[in-house]
Write a protein that binds this ligand. Structure first.
Ligand SMILES: [Zn+2]
Length: 203
């Protein structure tokens, strides 16, 4: 789609389109960003473009917890200050950060990278459930299901719990405090802390 009907150079149009493809960025903002880029020094623009490529090329999933990392194994999984017998299962890296912000959780994590959603055609094999099951050996004592409240998060949590229980591991889920339909990412630290503290065993 051409935005200005030839009034601007093609390269500027293309740049604007790229910015407009970012989540939450409308055409007007995209155009402002494109003009901003033009006003920067070559070095600054180079650094920006390097950061994009380096992030894309250098960041992968931690083989243990599946969180994003630029190291072989992420710092949380490598840390001997973390309790490796407790795994907190979250939907994505943003939710992991939310739990981490409470500073009250000392275990390790497992990042699902999504939830099961028949509507969006996301099945159990599309998220990292198998990777989680592989981590359950005798050394893991508790798995805390911290998926977001709401139908898909709940269903995913139940699905995983059913797979985990026969493996002889205690499965708990976050308790009160997180409103149904709410999102861990936006829960305040105190609310999330209470939900974590008051977690209950999954029946
Ligand atoms: Zn990790």
């Amino acid at each position: 789609m051409r935005i200005t009907d030839g009034a601007l150079p093609n390269a500027l149009e293309r740049l604007t389109e790229q910015f407009a493809s970012l989540p939450g960025v409308g055409m007007k903002s995209a155009q402002r960003m494109a003009f901003f880029v033009l006003a920067q020094s070559d070095e600054k623009v180079q650094a920006f473009s390097d950061a994009l490529l380096e992030a894309k090329r250098g960041i992968h999933r931690c083989p243990e917890c599946q969180n994003l990392t630029d190291l072989d194994t992420c710092p949380l999984c490598r840390s001997d200050r973390r309790d490796h017998s407790t795994i907190c299962v979250v939907e994505g890296p943003k939710e992991l950060l939310a739990v981490e912000r409470t500073r009250e959780y000392g275990g390790v994590y497992h990042v699902l990278h999504g939830v099961i959603s028949p509507l969006r055609r996301i099945g159990p094999e599309d998220i990292t459930i198998n990777e989680l099951l592989k981590r359950i050996d005798g050394s893991v004592h508790e798995v805390i299901m911290a998926t977001n409240p709401g139908a898909e998060g709940e269903a995913t949590s139940m699905y995983i719990s059913r797979l985990l229980r026969p493996l002889g591991v205690k499965v708990t889920r976050l308790a009160y405090g997180i409103p149904v339909g709410g999102n861990l990412e936006f829960a305040d630290d105190a609310t999330l802390y209470r939900a974590l503290e008051g977690r209950v065993e999954v029946e």
